[in-house]
Design a protein around this ligand. Sequence first.
Ligand SMILES: Nc1nc2c(c(=O)[nH]1)N[C@H]1C(S)=C(S)[C@@H](COP(=O)(O)O)O[C@H]1N2
Ligand SMILES: [Mo]
Length: 198
Amino acid sequence: MESKDLIRSPDTRRTKRLPPGQELVEGFPVLHYGGVPGIIPEKWHLRIFGLVEKERTLGFSEFLVLPRSKILSDVHCVTGWSRLDNIWEGVQTSVLKSLVKLLPDAGFAIVHASAGFTTNLTLDDFFQEDVLFAVKHNGQPLAPEHGFPVRLVVPRLYFWKSAKWVTGVEFTAEDRPGFWETHGYHNRGDPWREERYS
Ligand SMILES: Nc1nc2c(c(=O)[nH]1)N[C@H]1C(S)=C(S)[C@@H](COP(=O)(O)O)O[C@H]1N2
Ligand SMILES: [Mo]
């Protein structure tokens, strides 16, 4: 579906855009654990499950007709680089609320990705207006190494929360630290508070 106007992530309005301990980069470094999966879009699914009334699985063609938005955001990697003014196009997480009904006990979103990768967010962080499932970066489809066909983008937290090659979202009552969170990274990861490691 055609996307609406550009939403600015609030951090892009700061006069000082660089969080403490970060350095600007011009390129787009690639970081992840393991290999780059070769995902065939026709075989890709997004499963929405856990504490929902009725679980749902969307295929790529169903995902592509969901309402889309464009978001301007800065990227801050916990390893110290930041990349400003990224335009992401995709489906805001809030759209999921029109696809499934969350049960009252749900408090966390566990984002699942290829090869068993997960990352955890509170529902408050997950449903912020600037959080989206991106299919494009700066007008181009995502490159395989940057998460093709779909990645999450969580602009206000360090970039490890922005899972590449997303396959599902699970709603849970209890928090469940994900891959990087159980390998020494902070449970939340606010770059302005330098929540880097735990
Ligand atoms: N599936 C998956 N997503 C992931 C990771 C990963 O290991 N697996 N690493 C995270 C980390 S640590 C970072 S810094 C960003 C890097 O994204 P980029 O390669 O597009 O710069 O992806 C995040 N998303
Ligand atoms: Mo990272």
